[in-house]
Design a protein around this ligand. Structure first.
Ligand code: F0G
Length: 465
């Protein structure tokens, strides 16, 4: 048997990649005020900003789009989607939304009162923002190992069960739900083990609390369970997924990830009263409950995507391609968030360029260098995104990471080899990287719009690390 895990598809349609010169990129980046969020697609060769809605659909999904039923109320495409989701998850109420954060907003509006607490392994940013916007408290209880990029724990998305139990005991009356994000995007695309999900579910129910999932990357989590968790290797990803969804009282899902579509979300619930309230609110903000802000053709593509994502050939390739890039960088000695996760490779920028003070955004410096070097766009997940402005300078985020996120079924192995060369060249001159200053920022979600200016590099440190 050949050992190379190949892309399990061939390419029927191509899209040209913009190729640019270094002087052009220098100009584009300066025009973008040194914030890659402000670049245009035509200025980027390989875009690893996000895996959200950026993947390629299959021929079967494009074919399904043509069958999309655009009926306002009672679209057949909705009933097809509902059947697929029910079959996989067992959920009684299947409510489409336009994307994940719309599901979150509706769920927390109907399930939280001001002052209520959501206990999670880790809230994704929009999830936390929606909880807080509605007057709730979002508390993260991920295991301590998750905070150490070098720790090789196979399930760094796990919730700390002792802390979860302690919180349920001490704040029981305030807790509205336990929420498990699979995989943990904030912490490096790290999975949650099946044992941890079962134990968290058991605790939530023992204390009479709802048990919810943020299932954006459920299929990748299931594949990592199959690969890493003792006793799970002989089960199919689908069986594992069915078991996990079977534990939940409901879930939100951004279908732009493991739904394999460019737009779409789901809010699924078992409770009739909650579902009634959710549907009423949905009519106010998203549209009729049988389309939830999507076109009928989007529902049809999603129904097909949710079946394809559990194909084991696909999942094996997907996780192997992330691991392949992880290993390339690891061999070069690039400091990484370990072990390889689901949808992205995270570089530890604070270790990569330790000469840059954390409040001068080492992650942004690295992101900008990657763009200048090879037209590659990554994203800072660090002090620009999560730090808090302080009196003298920012209070740094817990970690300064750079996420190189892989759109699904989009780039090939030669693209990944190219990425390895780009990161490798920047790594060779890492001791010359310099920090940045913010020249303009907004009080909320500043990372998306901030304007920056590069600081001059100090005399190069001797020999780098
Ligand atoms: N939950 C998780 C775990 C996510 O990663 C995201 C989005 C959402 C919820 C919100 O879903 O974008 O459809 O409204 N993550 C994207 C990212 C934006 O780049 O990681 P959405």
């Amino acid at each position: 048997m050949a050992r190379t895990i190949i892309e399990p598809f061939r390419i029927k349609m191509t899209e040209p990649l913009p190729l640019t010169t270094r002087p052009q990129r220098e100009r584009y980046l300066a025009d973008a005020k040194f914030n890659v969020f402000k670049l245009r697609a035509s200025q980027i060769t390989i875009d690893l900003l996000t895996d959200s809605g950026t993947g390629a659909m299959s021929a079967a999904q494009w074919a399904a789009m043509m069958t999309g039923d655009e009926t306002y109320a009672g679209s057949e495409s909705f009933y097809q989607l509902e059947a697929v989701v029910r079959d996989l998850t067992g959920m009684k109420h299947v409510i489409p939304t336009h994307q994940g954060r719309a599901s979150e907003h509706i769920l927390f509006t109907v399930a939280l009162k001001p002052g209520d607490v959501v206990l999670a392994n880790a809230h994704f940013d929009t999830t936390r923002a929606n909880v807080e916007y509605l007057g709730g408290v979002a508390q993260d209880l991920v295991i301590a190992e998750a905070g150490d990029p070098r720790n090789e724990h196979p399930f760094k998305g796990n919730i700390d069960l002792n802390r979860l139990e302690a919180e349920l005991r001490s704040r029981g009356d305030k807790v509205a739900m336990v929420l498990m994000t699979i995989t943990n995007n904030r912490g490096g695309g790290q999975p949650v083990s099946l044992a941890n999900l079962k134990a968290a579910h058991e605790l939530a129910h023992r204390f009479g609390k709802l048990f919810f999932l943020d299932a954006a990357r459920f299929a990748e989590n299931c594949w990592l369970i199959k690969q890493r968790e003792p006793g799970q290797s002989s089960r199919s990803a689908r069986e594992i997924a069915e078991e996990i969804f079977g534990l939940a009282d409901g879930f939100t899902m951004s279908c732009k990830k493991d739904g394999l579509v460019n737009i779409g979300g789901l809010l699924c619930l078992n409770d009739d009263a909650l579902a009634d309230k959710a549907r009423s609110l949905l009519i106010l903000t998203e549209g009729f409950p049988t389309y939830g802000g999507l076109a009928g053709r989007d529902l049809a593509a999603l129904a097909q995507g949710l079946t394809e994502v559990l194909d084991e050939g696909y999942l094996e390739y997907r996780l192997a391609s992330v691991r392949y890039f992880f290993n390339l960088l690891d061999r070069l000695g690039v400091p990484l968030m370990r072990p390889a996760g689901g949808h992205a490779v995270y570089i530890d920028a604070a270790q990569f360029a330790p000469q840059i003070p954390r409040w001068e955004y080492p992650g942004v410096s690295l992101v900008n260098e990657l763009y200048l070097e090879g037209g590659v766009r990554a994203v800072e997940v660090g002090t620009l995104m999560f730090g808090r402005p302080g009196a003298l300078h920012d209070e740094p985020a817990a970690l300064d990471l750079v996420r190189m996120t892989f759109p699904r079924r989009t780039y090939t192995q030669s693209h990944v080899d190219y990425l390895g060369e780009v990161v490798g060249s920047v790594f060779e001159r890492r001791h010359r990287l310099a920090g940045l200053n913010i020249t303009r920022q907004s009080p909320i979600l500043r990372a998306f719009t901030a304007e920056l200016e590069p600081l001059k590099a100090e005399t190069p440190a001797q020999g780098g690390r």
